[in-house]
Design a protein around this ligand. Structure first.
Ligand SMILES: C[S@@+](CC[C@H](N)C(=O)[O-])C[C@H]1O[C@@H](n2cnc3c(N)ncnc32)[C@H](O)[C@@H]1O
Length: 306
């Protein structure tokens, strides 16, 4: 999870005051905001235009507030004069909140109803390929591995399971790859699973002690930096977990990502979304298996729609 580094903000006190232009009217603010987005896209190769404006503006204001800037126009000047600022902004925009077994009932449904179906459909000599897209700091993919190990055994996982965990945020990905968490991060885990799958590293953090996820299971995961709007999706996937990520994108961008997901899911593959997400405009691509738990099966081919 992102922890603000106050030393990186030392330059911020040089920022020009906003000259009393504290409150912008909404039209003016939106225009200035779009100018900011264009600047980031064209001059910093940082394309945020696919994200929902309401969330994006909130996250920009959060960052601006921390560095005492109150108009988008002044923030543009700050970005222009401080080439690293867009990286700090990105840390605020890419919200990394995650938790082990977030929405527990959905995970129970996945374990009891979906995983057995996936295994039944695959020849026993073929790997089962799983992709956690927007994995943040890794709690999601490690939750899945715990669930698989509990239901099928570690040996089965080592023989058959191939996991990929990707995110656009390199800092989050680095923590995910380390497999190291503190006691706050692991709050959602039942004590027996915590004891079984995590071992103290011997180091203390602020919320001590530091715990490391089982290396035997962690090595089944390949971590990669991957932007859902820019990079090619990973091929031949049996279970695609993309939870609490789509909700930050505009409807057009969501459609684009869902169409790409459809193209890489195996015919018997499943898509697992977050509790507040759904496949609204791509119903021809995905068939709902559980509306409540937000689990979808790959539906008809695009040209067979309606
Ligand atoms: C709220 S977290 C969700 C984490 C996890 N999936 C869960 O539900 O607990 C959203 C994640 O999406 C990632 N994300 C945002 N935009 C992305 C993009 N364009 N490509 C890949 N990941 C992205 C963020 O970096 C962040 O880690």
């Amino acid at each position: 999870m992102f922890v603000p580094n106050h030393s990186e903000n030392s330059y911020l006190y040089d920022t020009e005051p906003s000259g009393g232009k504290r409150f912008q009217n909404p039209d003016e603010a939106s225009l200035e905001f779009e100018t900011l987005l264009d600047y980031l896209k064209n001059s910093r190769a940082c394309d945020l235009t696919h994200y929902k404006r309401s969330t994006l503006m909130r996250r920009f204001r959060h960052r601006m507030h921390r560095i005492y800037i109150d108009t988008y126009e002044n923030y543009l000047q700050c970005l222009q004069s401080h080439p690293e600022e867009h990286l700090a902004l990105l840390n605020d925009v890419l919200i990394n909140f995650t938790a082990f077994f977030r929405d527990r009932n959905a995970w129970i449904y996945l374990a009891t109803e979906i995983i057995p179906k996936i295994i039944d459909c695959k020849p026993s000599d073929e790997p089962i390929r799983i992709w956690s897209a927007g994995c943040a700091t890794g709690a999601e993919i490690y939750s899945l591995l715990i669930l698989l190990a509990e239901n099928l055994g570690v040996e089965f996982c080592q023989q058959r399971i191939q996991c990929y965990a990707t995110d656009a945020d390199p800092d989050a990905l680095q923590q995910a790859q380390s497999g190291i968490y503190n006691s706050l991060d692991t709050i959602g885990l039942p004590p027996n699973l915590l004891e079984k799958y995590f071992k103290p590293t011997g180091q203390d953090s602020v919320f001590s002690p530091e715990l490391r996820f089982s290396p035997d299971l962690a090595r089944l995961v390949t971590f990669e930096r991957h932007d859902l709007m820019r990079d090619n999706p990973l091929p031949a996937i049996d279970l695609l977990i993309c939870r609490n990520v789509l909700m930050y994108f505009t409807p057009e961008a969501q459609n684009f990502i869902l169409t790409r997901f459809h193209s890489v899911l195996n015919p018997t593959g499943f898509l697992f979304l977050g509790q507040t997400e759904m496949v609204l405009h791509q119903r021809q691509l995905f068939r709902s298996v559980s509306l409540k738990q937000k689990i979808y099966a790959r539906g008809l081919e695009p040209d067979l729609e309606r």
